[in-house]
Design a protein around this ligand. Sequence first.
Ligand code: ZN
Length: 86
Amino acid sequence: MIKTRICAECEQQLNIVVTALRQHQADIHTGLKLNVEGRLTEESRHMLAPEAVESFNATRVSWDAYCQHLDEHGLLKPALQGKTAD
Ligand SMILES: [Zn+2]
């Protein structure tokens, strides 16, 4: 068995990201579908937008937490090495 630098928490964090992203996708899909069908009204847009923003923010927060967890494993450091501030 090879040594790994990931753990069960990594998978749990990733699952949270995926769930949040799927919710955001569903929120966006609803608005896009109504728009394509010509049924998107200003009222429905005002009803859908807060949920889409909320799910977007939840996705971003969960992604940031996942990145922080990976960074704690030292997994993101190689990607940051060699980059210069041009
Ligand atoms: Zn982990």
